[in-house]
Write a protein that binds this ligand. Structure first.
Ligand code: HSE
Length: 441
């Protein structure tokens, strides 16, 4: 059977892994795909390293644009990352009638709508399993495995760097800065870790999952994004004492009861009950919890990054594209799971409309009436208190930490309460707020 020809853009960690796994498992992969999948050309700025990796049978170039136009190539695998050149190359590939497999979550979260529209028009596939949670086949699960369900919500630990940092902060009682430095030394965190630690990478991924789960256009610009760089180790400890663990979650949730109708799309540190399976996902591992009305809760766990785990997803897409590229275009799986003309206009809600329980920590003067003032502010806004602890003031101090857990309330009411509490003369400094999720469906 004639092999399908693949052109690889970028042969770094994931590209190298893809090349290695395709070679190692070629027999099994061919039996699945129905024909061999062969990388025939590689474009990389470092041609020497590329040549070392692929030997002399594969064409090596530093001109990605000419590779994308090569009529001998059927599928382009884009692994160069970033927005600018990657966008040009992906659009050019589509324009030349090539299918695209990409791991580029940033590109799809920001430009996905135009990329998918162009691909649809041209009748080519853009596959992106590797863009979300590395080796976990979560795109396939959401798009196909759960297609009977009305998906109500999903929540994921979808950034390994931050999960590693949070695990270390808890285990060793260290500050964020100390753990980040250590993680950089060990190669777990990038030299510029901004995308990871500020929640941007997780927001790219949850944006894509939300689109597939609910059949809505990709709307990264509407996502609420908070990272972990300002998280205090003391809150991790207090959360533990209360039976919770703090995780950076990407959350997408339908809200259709009451006056508002829309989708909550948010990334932020989140208290989750320690007894949940997902709370025990440690280190750099990823996990996604999805709740569908027919199936209930389902949990997907695995490595979210790394050469071969990500290659596993890239190659699964290559197998899919190889099988489907001769199929009637109308009968392929739609890019965003729902038929392109059936996408919903369900809006992404502003954070004011989001509903969560909250952990609130404040530094209070240890004198009569302070707690009464705080609880009155909450009661006036109809925010109900679920639990409360007050720590003893340290020797010689007259202030103590007070931690309150609220029941579910609207974000705008919680914001008003925080403003009121911070205005009390008996409260010092800012109130720390960390949202909570029960994750019990
Ligand atoms: N930087 C990501 C993480 C992996 O730390 O999970 C690639 O998406």
């Amino acid at each position: 059977m004639k092999p399908i020809h693949v052109g690889l853009l970028g042969i770094g960690t994931v590209g190298g892994g893809t090349y290695a796994v395709l070679n190692r498992n070629q027999e099994e992969i061919t039996r699945r795909a129905g024909r061999p999948i062969r990388i025939v050309a590689v474009a990389d700025r470092n041609m020497e390293r590329a040549r070392e990796l692929v030997g002399s049978d594969v064409k090596v170039t530093d001109d990605a644009f000419s590779l994308v136009k090569d009529p001998d190539i059927d599928i382009i695998v884009e692994l160069i990352g970033g927005y600018t050149t990657a966008l040009e190359l992906v659009m050019l590939a589509i324009d030349h009638g090539k299918h695209v497999v990409t791991a580029n979550k940033a590109l799809l979260a920001v430009y996905g709508n135009e990329i998918f529209a162009a691909a649809q028009k041209k009748g080519v596939m853009v596959a992106f399993e590797a863009a979300v949670a590395g080796g976990i086949p979560i795109i396939k699960a959401l798009r196909e495995g759960l297609s009977a369900n009305r998906i109500q919500w999903l929540a994921g630990i979808i950034n390994g760097t931050t999960n590693f940092i949070l695990s270390e902060m808890r285990d060793k009682g260290l500050s964020f800065d100390a753990v980040l430095k250590e993680a950089q030394k060990l190669g777990y965190a990038e030299a510029d870790p901004t995308f990871d630690i500020e929640g941007i990478d997780a927001a790219h991924k949850v944006t894509l999952m939300a689109s597939i789960a609910f059949g809505i256009p990709v709307q990264f610009d509407r996502a609420h994004v908070e990272g972990i760089s300002t998280l205090d180790a003391i809150d991790i400890q207090y959360a533990e004492q209360l039976g919770y663990r703090i995780k950076l979650l990407g959350i997408a949730k339908r809200q259709e009861s009451g006056p508002t109708r829309g989708v909550e799309l948010r990334v932020h540190p989140t208290l989750i009950p320690t007894k949940r399976l997902i709370a025990n996902v440690e280190g750099a591992m990823n996990a996604v919890l999805v709740w569908g009305d027919a199936v209930g809760a389902t949990l997907y766990y695995g490595k979210g990054a790394g050469a071969e785990p990500t290659a596993s997803a890239v190659i699964a897409d290559l197998v899919d594209v190889t099988r489907l590229h001769t199929a009637d275009k109308q009968h392929r799986v739609p890019h965003l799971a729902f038929q392109p003309d059936q996408l919903s206009d369900l809006p992404i809600l502003s954070m004011d409309e989001v509903e969560t329980a909250c952990y609130l920590r404040m530094r209070a003067l240890d004198k009569p009436g302070v707690l009464a003032d705080v609880t009155r502010i909450l009661a006036d806004l109809s925010i109900s208190i679920d639990a409360m602890i007050q720590k003893e003031p340290a020797e010689g101090e007259d202030q103590a930490d007070v931690v309150l857990l609220t029941h579910v309330a609207r974000e705008k009411d919680i914001n008003a309460a925080i403003r009121g509490i911070e205005a009390l003369s008996s409260i010092h400094g800012k109130v720390v707020r960390i949202r909570m999720e029960a994750l019990n469906g």
